[in-house]
Design a protein around this ligand. Structure first.
Ligand SMILES: *Cc1c(COP(=O)(O)O)cnc(C)c1O
Length: 412
C-alpha cells in the first residue's frame, strides 16, 4: 500500500453498530455492562470492551490503531498532549538514579521538562549532536534511554537514526532509542524501519493538521528487550512478552497520571490525519521553494535541511527522500529587524504552533525559549534574530510575495 492509501485504509474500522465511515465521537465517561461479571472481565483485560474513558474509549482506540498502522508498530497509546506523550514515554522506563541522554536541540518544552525530571532523581545529559561519537563519552551504566527529535525543532538538524540505533543496540547492554518524530511525521520516514524503539509525536501538529486539538501519542516497535535486571519494574510485565512496555504504560503511569486524550480531539485527529500525505507533499514543496527564495536574497540567512548548502542535505536525501519537512528558520540580522519583518507579514499568523495548514511565524528567543539560558538557546539553534516559519499550504506565489515585501519593509 502506498502512503495515502495506508492513511485511509490501514487500521481503519467501519463503526460496528452503525456503519459510520469514520468512527463517531463516543463522548461519554463510562460504559455500562450487562452484569457485574462482564464488567469484572473488562476491568481485568479478560474480555474486550470499555469501562471508563480515561482508560479506553472507542474513538481514541481508533486513533491509536491508525497511528500505530502508520508507523508500523505493535501498539499505540494516545495522550492529552505531545508533552504528556514525551513525559510518559520516559517515566514508563526511568526511575530515580537513572540517566537519560538527550539532544540539546530539542523543543523548548521538552528541555524544560528535563529540568523537572532532575527533581525526580533522573539525570539528563545533553549531546550537541546525536551521533555515536558524541553519545559514547556520555554513556554510563545508569544510562537507560537516549531521546532525540528526528528533525530538531527549531535547529532543523537531522539525526541519522540507523547509525545511532545500530550503535545503541550493538552494545553489551543495549540502550533503547526514543524518537520524537513530530516534525518529520511517518510521511518523511518510518522511524521503526531505521531502528527506533519507541516513537512519540505531538499529534497537535502535522497529524491533526488543522491546528484544532492538542494531543500526543506513544508508539512501540516491540523490538526492545526490557532486561528486568536493568529495568526491574518490568518484572511484573514480563508475561506480556514484546508487549511489556505497552502493558506497563497502559496499566501503570499513563492511566494513573490520567493524561488521556479526549474522544472529540481523537476524532479531529482521525479526520485530519487522512490528508497527512497530501498536506506534507504540499508543505515540503512550499518550504523548499521559500527556502530557495531566501537563499536568493543576500539580506537574510536561511536554514532548511533539504537545501543543497545545508549540512544535512545528504542525510535528507538518504533518509527523508530529499524532502526537508515544513519548518524553516531565518536570521534577520537583529532582533529589531526580526520583529519588523514578522509585523510586516500579511498572511503568516504570529503564533506558537507548527504543523497548521496556515503559515505561522514566531520569534523563538522571546517566546518558546524565554525560560532557557543563552547557552541552551544557542544549542537549540535559536538566536536573538531568529524567526521560525511553519509553512502552510497557501499558494507559494503569495507566500514569496509576502515575505519579499516584508523583507524590504523591515530594512527601512
Ligand atoms: C509541540 C511539540 C511538542 C509538545 O507537544 P504539545 O502537543 O504542544 O504538548 C513536543 N515535541 C515537539 C518536537 C513539538 O514540536
Amino acid at each position: 500500500m502506498g502512503f495515502n492509501t495506508r492513511l485511509l485504509h490501514e487500521g481503519a474500522a467501519i463503526d460496528k453498530g452503525t456503519g459510520a465511515t469514520v468512527t463517531p465521537v463516543y463522548q461519554v465517561s463510562a460504559f455500562a455492562h450487562g452484569s457485574a461479571e462482564q464488567l469484572e472481565a473488562v476491568f481485568s483485560n479478560k474480555a474486550p470492551g470499555f469501562a471508563y474513558t480515561r482508560i479506553g474509549n472507542p474513538t481514541v482506540s481508533q486513533f491509536e490503531q491508525r497511528m500505530n498502522a502508520l508507523e508500523g508498530g505493535i501498539g499505540a497509546v494516545a495522550c492529552s498532549s505531545g508533552m504528556a506523550a514525551v513525559t510518559l514515554s520516559l517515566l514508563n522506563i526511568l526511575s530515580a538514579g537513572d540517566e537519560l541522554i538527550a539532544s540539546s536541540a530539542l523543543f523548548g518544552g521538552t528541555i524544560d521538562l528535563f529540568g523537572d525530571l532532575e527533581a525526580l532523581g533522573i539525570k539528563v545529559r545533553f549531546a550537541e549532536h546525536i551521533t555515536p561519537d558524541e553519545l559514547a563519552p556520555l554513556i554510563t551504566d545508569k544510562t537507560k534511554a537516549v531521546f532525540t527529535e528526528l528533525i530538531g525543532n527549531p535547529r532543523l538538524d537531522v539525526v541519522d537514526l540507523k547509525t545511532v540505533s545500530v550503535f545503541l543496540h550493538d552494545r553489551k547492554t543495549p540502550i533503547p532509542f526514543i524518537v520524537d518524530s513530530t516534525t518529520a511525521t511517518p510521511y518523511l520516514v518510518r522511524s521503526f524501519e531505521q531502528g527506533a524503539d519507541i516513537v512519540v509525536h505531538s499529534t497537535s501538529k502535522y497529524i491533526n493538521g488543522g491546528g484544532n486539538s492538542i494531543s500526543g501519542v506513544i508508539i512501540d516497535s516491540g523490538n526492545f528487550n526490557w532486561d528486568t535486571l536493568r529495568y526491574p519494574a518490568f518484572e511484573k510485565y514480563r508475561r506480556f512478552g514484546k508487549f511489556a512496555y505497552l502493558a506497563k504504560l497502559r496499566n501503570g503511569i499513563w492511566r494513573n497520571i490520567g493524561a488521556c486524550l479526549s474522544p472529540q480531539n481523537a476524532f479531529m485527529n482521525i479526520v485530519g490525519m487522512e490528508t497527512l500525505g497530501l498536506r506534507m507533499e504540499r508543505l515540503c514543496e512550499n518550504a523548499l521553494a521559500l527556502a530557495k527564495f531566501f537563499e536568493s536574497r543576500d539580506d537574510i540567512e536561511v536554514n532548511y535541511p533539504a537545501l543543497e548548502g545545508s549540512a544535512y542535505h545528504e542525510l535528507s536525501e538518504r533518509l527523508l527522500g530529499g524532502r526537508g519537512g515544513a519548518i524553516l528558520t531565518i536570521r534577520a540580522g537583529s532582533r529589531e529587524r526580526a520583529f519588523k519583518l514578522i509585523n510586516s507579514l500579511k498572511y503568516a499568523l504570529i503564533a506558537t504552533n507548527i504543523g497548521d495548514v496556515r503559515t505561522l511565524v514566531i520569534h523563538p528567543a522571546s517566546t518558546i525559549y524565554l525560560h532557557s539560558t543563552e547557552e541552551q538557546m544557542h544549542s537549540a539553534g535559536v538566536y536573538e534574530d531568529s524567526i521560525r516559519i511553519s509553512i502552510g499550504i497557501e499558494d507559494i506565489g503569495d507566500l514569496i510575495e509576502d515575505f519579499s515585501q516584508a523583507l524590504d519593509r523591515s530594512e527601512e
